[in-house]
Ligand binder design. Structure first.
Ligand SMILES: [Zn+2]
Ligand SMILES: [Zn+2]
Length: 350
């Protein structure tokens, strides 16, 4: 198959035209990839980040964890999917046997496989989804592939974080720090729930898109006073504040944007600079009874709630897509993410 292959960390992926196809196990499915979103996580994976939480693929690897497509092949034991089905592939493949999978929380499975880590991912023409019956989600006919790509990672992660974890409600003030794919999705989802969103970023173009996604205020964080501005705009601080980037500054800004009893939602994993550790204002968190909430992915059984809102037009993941490119250009886009200068999101269309 054709694939963009990561041969070594900190080098751009290279195009191969005869890369081996992934092999389908009896419980698995092979997906003909239709679209794969380019995620900031790809930039981290290409750099070899996240070994501190055991998230480094063995090289060479076909990465790409934000994809959807058409079922090309199913293993002998797969019952719920057949060749030709349109599917979303949420990037965490649960094992089906641990206590969390039994409770329907495959997103925190103890033995999960991850798309693009060990399994061939969405920068290849064909990708593997382990244990298809448990881990695939049917994609409704009315939703296009380019729009659906982000629902396998950023959009579902934001939905689960905002709806299930932070429990955002009508009338809440929600500050969102970082307006890349995750932040823009979170902006639209919180807005759809009836919250007032304040979008925070250092790039005015991203803030402009955030306004289109529903933000009622925007704050340019370049001056270093983002928390003060959020506190002023909300008359005392946000009810919920989101670090949608995963660097020490946005994490701290998010916590300091909260009112007493506020909830901080951490969506992004950290970078080489933090290696998973960020200093927190613990005394302030104690004195104000602040909560710190993590979130990762979303289990397949929660997809109908999100897909209902997409089909009815309340959520429009396609609106965040600012460019659609062939796989040959993906490596350049990932390289450009080092500068934080990207606007909107890019999707590879196969
Ligand atoms: Zn991602
Ligand atoms: Zn499991």
């Amino acid at each position: 198959m054709k694939a963009a292959v990561l041969e070594a960390f900190r080098t751009p992926m290279k195009i191969h035209n005869n890369w081996p196809d992934p092999k389908c196990g009896p419980e698995d499915a092979i997906i003909k990839v239709a679209a794969n979103g380019i995620c900031r996580s790809d930039c981290h994976v290409c750099d070899g980040d996240w070994e501190w939480i055991g998230l480094q693929p063995e090289l060479p690897a076909v990465i790409g964890h934000e994809f959807c497509g058409i079922v090309e092949e199913v293993g002998a034991n797969v019952k719920n999917y057949k060749v030709g089905d349109r599917v979303i592939c949420p990037f965490i493949f649960g094992c089906g046997n641990c206590s969390f999978c039994h409770a329907g929380q495959q997103n925190v499975c103890l033995n999960a496989d991850l798309a693009g880590f060990g399994c061939s991912g969405g920068y290849g023409e064909y990708a593997l989804v382990a244990r298809a019956d448990l881990n695939l989600v049917e994609l409704p006919e009315s939703i296009g592939f380019v729009e659906a790509a982000s629902m396998g990672c950023r959009f579902m992660t934001s939905f689960h974080g905002i709806v299930d974890q932070a429990k955002v409600g009508a009338g809440d003030w929600v500050a969102i720090h970082g307006c890349g794919g995750i932040g823009l999705a979170a902006t639209q989802i919180a807005t759809a729930l009836g919250a007032n969103v304040i979008a925070v970023d250092i790039n005015d173009k991203n803030l402009e898109i955030a306004r289109k996604m529903g933000a009622v205020h925007t704050v340019n964080a370049s001056n270093g006073d983002a928390p003060e501005q959020v506190v002023a705009l909300t008359g005392g601080g946000a009810h919920i504040s989101v670090d949608a980037l995963g660097i020490a500054v946005t994490c701290m800004n998010s916590l300091m944007s909260l009112r007493s009893r506020g909830r901080h939602l951490q969506i992004g994993l950290t970078t080489q600079a933090e290696k998973g550790f960020v200093s927190l204002p613990v005394d302030i968190m104690v004195a104000r009874e602040l909560e710190f909430i993590g979130t990762i992915g979303m289990q397949p059984r929660r997809f109908p709630a999100m897909l209902n809102m997409v089909e009815s037009g309340k959520l429009t993941p396609g609106e965040m897509v600012t460019s659609v490119i062939p796989v040959d250009q993906a490596a350049d886009v990932i390289e450009s993410m080092h500068g934080f200068g990207n606007v909107g999101t890019t999707v590879v269309e196969w």
